[in-house]
Design a protein around this ligand. Sequence first.
Ligand SMILES: Cc1cc2nc3c(=O)[nH]c(=O)nc-3n(C[C@H](O)[C@H](O)[C@H](O)COP(=O)(O)OP(=O)(O)OC[C@H]3O[C@@H](n4cnc5c(N)ncnc54)[C@H](O)[C@@H]3O)c2cc1C
Length: 397
Amino acid sequence: MLEQKLIKNATVIGAGIGGLAVALALRKQGIDVQVYEKAQQLLPVGAGLTLFPNGLNTLEAISPGIIKSLIDAGSPTHQVNIKKSSGETIFPQPQKLLEKYGQPMLNIRWSRLQEILASKLPKDIIYLNHRFVNFKQDKNSVEVEFSHGKTLHTDLLIGCDGINSAVRQTLVKDGLPRYAGRLSWRAVIEYSHELLPLNQVFIITSNTGKIFTIIDVGGGYIFWSAGMLSEDDFAPSQQVKSRVLQEYSGWAEPVEAIIQATPVDKVVERPICDRPPLQCWSQGRVTLLGDAAHPMIPSLGQGANTAFEDAWELANYLSDCDNLESALAKYDQSRVERTQIIQARSAIQGSRSYEADSDKFLSKAIQQTQLSQSEFEDWLYNYNPHLIREEGRGKRE
Ligand SMILES: Cc1cc2nc3c(=O)[nH]c(=O)nc-3n(C[C@H](O)[C@H](O)[C@H](O)COP(=O)(O)OP(=O)(O)OC[C@H]3O[C@@H](n4cnc5c(N)ncnc54)[C@H](O)[C@@H]3O)c2cc1C
């Protein structure tokens, strides 16, 4: 049993979206928190993100008023268009999330989101140039070690260090992420085109195992991302932009024009990966959050949104429970199953159903995949951070 006391301080590894959100949520509960990031600067990542009602409502609960700043910086989607690579529109779908769930589908540059979150935290709690390498824990504290030799002691260590999490490796040693058989290229550029009305998303498909997505992310910027089936998880070519131009040659405008307009050094190439779900994220005084806990295939756009949910719940269980052990147990209990289902849904089932996960998870996941799309959306977007908190309190009384 851990000592029966609330924590006085927490150490977060990673100043990505999840790390910043949990730092905000912990501070809201009066918990002293420091964030350690390996990068030397919080540099813009060449990506855009879509925030959905579950994520937006959770961020608003963590930092009241934040939605307005996000909407001002981003672009609410009014229509999603599915097109063919020939240019033909197959399915123009007006976006109804705002009417149905009270919040829009909001696209934003990853770097603007990170800036807005960071601006709500005191600067002196974010330590750059600190690469976590190891931890050791006993029942009273965790000793955290960084690559330059510095160590510190903390009551709670939260690994928010992404899909290649070193905290996760130290905790569960489950090796490298799992390659999903798709390569992706992406960039954020300042761009406009007559075929790209504002507040719209274009998903352009082909029958050659390739897809191209164009998203208005606000402020005159678009986020484009190209995905392609590939046995290899790396592209042999050094010339990433030429490779993308070659792969998408002949696609209807504005695909080629967008790739042409993208500076070579702005094109990011990554394999698409996830990890098999864990049954438990916490051991002793160490836990995981966001991609470190539940990296998912980005098909539902829920990675960051669910990281916000993790942040909110973890901070609330820490504030409401009598001891750390039960707070982390409740966090695992509440988060693991929900994110497993979203991970599985994101990976579109398939081989996942044959994996050796627990019976409980499989039956729940299959049940979820048999829901109609609108029933699934109700379950996903109606996440209410305040209700979760009330239910948690009710269970303890
Ligand atoms: C193409 C693509 C599109 C996506 N679209 C969406 C979307 O529309 N909506 C959505 O919700 N999600 C989306 N996602 C997923 C989303 O980007 C991630 O889920 C989210 O960024 C996870 O945040 P995180 O803070 O957990 O991890 P990360 O954003 O990966 O941040 C981890 C941080 O930890 C730092 N770090 C790593 N190792 C160490 C170390 N050893 N020591 C110290 N610091 C360390 C890193 O430098 C980084 O700053 C998408 C992902 C991809 C790849």
